[in-house]
Ligand binder design. Structure first.
Ligand code: SF4
Length: 220
């Protein structure tokens, strides 16, 4: 892991290290606007984004929730609704299963109901928050709470998180050196991903985080 500039933040009586550079950066998801996906061969036209692998389930409760949502998702939002009758998770119930080389919930560009995540589309159409329909790893991306060290670190996914030392992916949108096109947002990440960060750390910790990062920015 590269040397990170961090600040500390107390989250549920636990001290987390926060990657300042990324949270102050202009990263944004560019799915459909140049995202090359995470397959070994970059392919912006395929529209697979980071859905070419199944979404890992956080725990048994999440697996049950996603299974239930998958059963009730209206077919107009869900290209693979027929395939989903056989279930939406893999045989171990640890991740969403693949259909047409991607997560079963991914609608491909040929789907009349709209390309992209069926869970996301359904949530928006029903006036709900996508994060309430999607597996945690999906709405948290590219944020990752790394617990491999003594203190948890909140940082973006990096190439090395994808296994094989990162060789298995052809493009990593959260690595600025190789994906400058993803660092074109109009707001810093701690503002644009405020809802996701609040869900991760809680309201009071997010307020503290935003205050610390704003202060750092104004002192630049
Ligand atoms: S998070 Fe990155 S890889 Fe995933 S869809 Fe967005 S830009 Fe593409």
């Amino acid at each position: 892991m590269k040397d990170l500039k961090t600040i500390s933040l107390t989250v549920d009586e636990e001290v987390w290290m926060i990657d300042v550079e990324f949270l102050q950066s202009s990263w944004k998801c560019i799915w459909g606007n140049g995202c090359k996906g995470i397959n070994q061969e970059p392919d912006p036209e395929a529209g697979l984004g980071c859905c070419s692998v199944g979404a890992q389930m956080l725990d048994v409760e999440e697996a049950m929730l996603i299974t239930a949502i998958g059963r009730s998702l209206p077919s107009e939002y869900f290209q693979n609704h027929l395939a989903a009758k056989d279930g939406v998770l893999n045989s171990k119930n640890t991740a969403t299963r693949l259909e047409r080389n991607a997560c079963i919930f991914l609608n491909h560009p040929d789907f009349v109901g709209g390309a992209g995540c069926a869970l996301h589309l359904a949530a928006i159409s029903e006036g709900e928050r996508p994060m309430d329909y999607k597996p945690s790893v999906c709405w948290q991306l590219p944020l990752k709470v790394d617990r491999s060290d003594v203190q948890p670190i909140l940082r973006p996914w990096s190439r090395s998180d994808w296994g094989d030392g990162g060789d298995s992916i052809g493009w990593c949108c959260s690595e600025k050196a190789e994906a400058p096109e993803s660092f074109t947002g109009e707001q810093p990440v701690f503002i644009s991903l405020a809802a996701e960060l609040t869900a991760l750390v809680g309201e009071s910790a997010y307020a503290e985080l935003a205050q610390q990062l704003t202060k750092l920015e104004t002192n630049l």
